[in-house]
Design a protein around this ligand. Structure first.
Ligand code: ADP
Length: 257
């Protein structure tokens, strides 16, 4: 289903979903931006990092947001990942208006349903790969042995089954990012948001990370939103959304890559 088949009101909150889409869960939007604006420095005199963004991310999609530095990619990722809120417009997460959530409800929703992957991997240096991936499960209160088994299985899925005991400094950049993806996946989130996950990797490893996201997306029906400034990676991605000066200037869906 194409976004243009959605009807949204620019001022209100009425979103009319066509009846065909209603019947297919995978056509439902996981994220919907409706005329979203984001300013920094608190006010209209500040920088508009996003300008009237309309964007629909459907369940099971993998979407690359691309554009030059400063175009608003991180800002869009932060809003989709419920790290930040719009200044104007409406953002729906799985049908829920984010503006109606308190800060703590937003954090809870983020912790329960979103996996985040960062440019600098953000692994805990004193913990092994296995322990890093176990962390989100332990925070949720899963017993140690179950957390261990589940983390080991996801690390196996990302190709690191033989490196469970390695600490981050004994892993390459590409391997560290695989651990970070395993950590993001381990709670079976609805959405994984990865802001420039390949920026610290060479092209070969960057391509491997994209193909891992595609593979895990297909096998688990996970939804991935990732940003990149590297146009070379786009040929591996079906849907590409281009940002320029805070506006979406292209939203293209290519044949399956
Ligand atoms: P990108 O990820 O594409 O590099 P960003 O979303 O980081 O773009 O930034 C978009 C614009 O917002 C840029 O002009 C940037 O300088 C500005 N910006 C981002 N974060 C902040 C912030 N915390 N305070 C002020 N300006 C910011």
């Amino acid at each position: 289903m194409r976004p243009e088949r959605w009807k949204y009101s620019r001022t209100g909150r009425i979103i009319i979903v066509n009846s065909m889409a209603d019947k297919n869960e995978h056509d439902q939007p996981l994220i919907l931006f409706n005329d979203v604006w984001k300013y920094y420095n608190d006010g209209s005199a500040g920088i508009a990092a996003l300008r009237s963004v309309d964007f629909v991310l459907r369940k099971g999609e993998l979407v690359a947001v691309w554009g030059p530095s400063g175009s608003g990619k991180s800002t869009l990722c932060n809003l989709a990942g419920l790290i930040d809120e719009p200044c104007r417009g409406e953002l729906l997460f799985n049908g829920v208006p984010v503006s109606e959530l308190t800060d703590s409800q937003r954090s809870e929703k983020r912790n329960q349903t979103i996996g985040l992957v960062f440019q600098r991997f953000n692994l805990v240096p004193v913990l092994s790969a296995l322990e890093n991936v176990m962390l989100p499960l332990q925070i949720r209160g899963l017993p140690y042995s179950r957390a261990q088994a589940r983390a080991a299985s996801v690390l196996d899925e990302v190709g690191l089954g033989g490196m469970l005991d390695n600490r981050p400094d004994k892993l390459s950049g590409g391997q560290q990012q695989r651990v970070a993806i395993a950590r993001a996946l381990v709670n079976n989130p609805l959405l994984i948001v990865a802001d420039e996950p390949t920026a610290n990797l060479d092209t070969e490893n960057a391509e491997k990370i994209i193909s891992l996201m595609k593979k895990t997306g297909r096998s688990r029906n996970a939804t991935f939103l990732f940003s990149t400034h590297d146009e070379r990676l786009l040929s591996h991605v079906k849907r590409r959304v281009r940002l320029q000066d805070g506006s979406i200037t292209q939203d293209e869906t290519h044949r399956d890559q």
